[in-house]
Design a protein around this ligand. Structure first.
Ligand code: MN3
Length: 205
């Protein structure tokens, strides 16, 4: 038992203050989203992994299988939100798409505006809770738009996340009520393109 790998995930530091993304995302939403939602995914992930390691040490495969769904949900929640915080920046600080990423967006979606339109309608169209992503397919060597239900990480679709938008109601409801389209329209003002481009650069290696 002493040499058993003990994994403990931590809530990553938010790279800006809760009110930094206003007026696009309110401080209240940021605080609840980060301190309650993300923190809970981390706590539940760690608790589930602890049970998983225990089941593993007892060779209890049935118990291990029973834990897979909770690990997927909370682990996915942790992965997704850890990406989400870093691809956002205060209005006027995120720059714009450029370089190789811009070239590939234009190649794969005809133009940046077409990408923006397709991505936005995918995000608005997610039924129930989930995420919209721009991901890179290593197999196809191209960018793709994909949506995921609940907290399924984009890797479940064989794509590397480049840019993602949380469209769970907890991400916008306190401010936008049921108007998800308004939230999705506004979020383009706070993308942090240097971070998004760095993810893309790493994905294409
Ligand atoms: Mn969320």
């Amino acid at each position: 038992m002493t040499n058993m790998a003990k994994t403990s995930y931590q809530l990553p530091e938010l790279p800006y203050a809760f009110d930094a993304l206003e007026p696009v995302i309110s401080a209240e939403i940021m605080q609840v989203h980060y301190e309650k939602h993300h923190k809970t995914y981390v706590a539940n992930l760690n608790a589930a992994l602890e049970k998983y390691h225990e089941a593993e040490s007892k060779n209890d495969v049935a118990a291990m299988i029973a834990l897979q769904q909770v690990i997927k949900f909370n682990g996915g929640g942790h992965i997704n939100h850890s990406i989400f915080w870093t691809i956002l920046a205060p209005v006027g600080h995120g720059g714009g798409p450029s370089g190789e990423l811009m070239e590939m967006l234009e190649r794969d979606f005809s133009s940046f505006d077409q990408f923006k339109e397709k991505f936005s309608s995918a995000a608005v169209g997610v039924q129930g809770s989930g995420w919209a992503w721009l991901g890179y397919s290593k197999a196809m060597k191209r960018l793709e738009i994909a949506t995921c239900s609940n907290q399924d990480p984009l890797s479940t679709q064989g794509l590397i996340p480049v840019l993602g938008v949380d469209v769970w109601e907890h991400a916008y409801y306190l401010q936008y009520k049921n108007m998800r389209a308004d939230y999705v329209k506004a979020i383009w003002q706070i993308f942090h393109w240097p971070n998004i481009e760095a993810r893309f650069a790493k994905a294409i290696i």
